[in-house]
Design a protein around this ligand. Structure first.
Ligand code: NI
Length: 194
């Protein structure tokens, strides 16, 4: 079931999510609803707060990247496996560790900021320890766009959006678009009240 994706200007995007405590049917339902919503919006990733749920869970499907000539470098539980077997990724209560010797600066977007893109600095490699919806622990090590995506979604769980990580020059460039989006969000929320 598709859920409405929260947009910039809604307070829930700035809040810290809580640990998931029970790995029950409702968690599985939430993850499948989040995937439906992400696919419907043509996104690569989606985090709990973006559907108004302040729980530490995010979903990613790297098969949805726009340029599939970009290799997807990762290992799951110490093994390198085909992307199809690893996707979609549903990460519950994730803990991230930034790895690698350098950062990459690449353009990034977010389903909560439709039509807005900016260059964000991210670690080139990360380790993610997380649980699946059955409560089984996993370890993902990934690089490049996959690592960027994991950092972006994990940030959402701490109330951080990609615009919070921009240089002042990048922020200046998108400021008019942000202002417009915030106004649209405010008008939408107002219309919902009647
Ligand atoms: Ni996002």
């Amino acid at each position: 079931m598709e859920m409405r994706i929260v947009k910039f200007g809604e307070g829930v995007l700035k809040e810290r999510s809580k640990e998931v405590e029970s790995f029950d049917e409702s968690l599985k339902k939430l993850s499948s609803d989040m995937l439906d919503s992400m696919y419907a919006a043509n996104g690569l990733g989606l985090a709990g707060p973006q559907v108004g749920v302040l729980k530490r869970i995010f979903v990613i499907d790297m098969r949805r990247r726009s340029d599939d000539s970009v290799p997807c470098v990762f290992s799951l539980d110490g093994k390198s496996i085909p992307l199809d077997l690893a996707m979609p990724l549903v990460a519950v209560n994730p803990k991230i560790e930034l790895l690698g010797d350098y950062v990459e600066i690449t353009e990034e977007g977010c389903l909560s900021f439709p039509g807005i893109y900016a260059e964000v600095e991210r670690a080139e490699k990360v380790r993610l320890n997380y649980f699946d919806t059955d409560g089984v622990p996993h370890e993902l090590v990934c690089e490049g766009l996959f690592a960027r995506c994991v950092q972006h979604e994990n940030d959402h769980l701490d109330g951080i959006s990609f615009v919070d990580r921009l240089s002042s020059a990048q922020l200046f460039k998108i400021a008019p678009k942000l202002k417009r989006l915030k106004r649209q969000t405010r008008d939408f929320l107002k219309s919902q009240k009647h």
